[in-house]
Design a protein around this ligand. Structure first.
Ligand SMILES: [Zn+2]
Length: 264
């Protein structure tokens, strides 16, 4: 059993009276290289580049889905902040753009980005959008970028000291390094799926409807083989998520109003 589930089951076992909002479902990674701040600082350029591109195209900010994106994000944020000291301290932010080439992402510093073009194209329901955003936020909570960079450094000669920026140069230049990282990157996706499903369930979004997103991904999956597969096949992700549905349902049910006692 992985750490994430063990913590969760302990929390659920603590008593039915425990409110869903108090569930801690994530684990705190340990033994990582560089500080969280160094990894966050290195990703600032990515965020700025995206903002500049959106501003230049006049496609920054929401137009059609403002209220629902903000409402979903706030509900997820409430749950995310309770997952670990790191998650509580992150300077979370939400940026909406309207770029065709952008879907959704979250940087190590908790900057969540989503494109309205993606929401429209995929016709995402509130539940499916909650899953997508929660998946991205789970990457920030679990410090997946820092974990992946730490693993990448283990594959390189240890005598050379490297900054986070140096690591990105190595990854840009070395296809073999990126291929060697595939298992770690794919494991990160499974973890983000699992924590994302549970977070969005704790935020009150029906788990089965959340999975509409991955069901569509699986239905659209083609047989092409990628040079580097950073993500597992969509249908494998779907299977893993379906295995977590009973747990997600239990968490979601804690968020539902309890039925009123019958009166005469
Ligand atoms: Zn992901």
């Amino acid at each position: 059993m992985n750490k994430l589930l063990r913590v969760l089951i302990l929390a659920l076992g603590a008593g039915a009276a425990a409110p869903a909002a108090a569930l801690a479902m994530a684990y705190e990674p340990s033994g990582l290289d560089w500080s969280a701040g160094e990894v966050e600082a290195a990703s600032q350029a990515t965020m700025q580049g995206l903002l500049d591109r959106a501003a230049k195209a006049g496609r920054i900010g929401c137009e059609r889905h403002c209220e629902r994106i903000e409402a979903i994000y706030q509900r997820l944020l409430h749950e995310a902040r309770q997952q670990s000291p790191h998650a509580a301290a992150l300077p979370w932010s939400l940026t909406v753009v309207r770029l065709q080439q952008v879907e959704a992402m979250a940087l190590p510093g908790g900057q969540v980005v989503v494109s309205e073009a993606f929401i429209d194209e995929r016709q995402l329901s509130d539940q499916a959008l909650a899953f997508v955003l929660a998946h991205e936020m789970a990457h920030s909570i679990l410090e997946h970028e820092r974990q992946a960079l730490t693993f990448a450094r283990m594959l390189l000669p240890q005598v050379v000291s490297r900054s986070v920026q140096d690591m990105y140069v190595e990854l840009d230049l070395s296809l073999s390094l990126l291929i060697a990282m595939e298992p770690v990157l794919q494991q990160g996706e499974f973890e983000a799926d699992e924590l994302g499903l549970l977070l969005a369930s704790a935020a009150g979004y029906a788990p089965e409807r959340q999975l509409d997103f991955i069901d569509d991904e699986c239905a659209a999956q083609d047989a092409s083989v990628k040079l580097v597969a950073t993500h597992p096949p969509a249908c494998t992700r779907q299977q893993q998520l379906q295995a977590r549905l009973p747990l997600a349902l239990r968490i979601w049910q804690l968020t539902l109003p309890s039925p009123r006692p019958a009166t005469d």
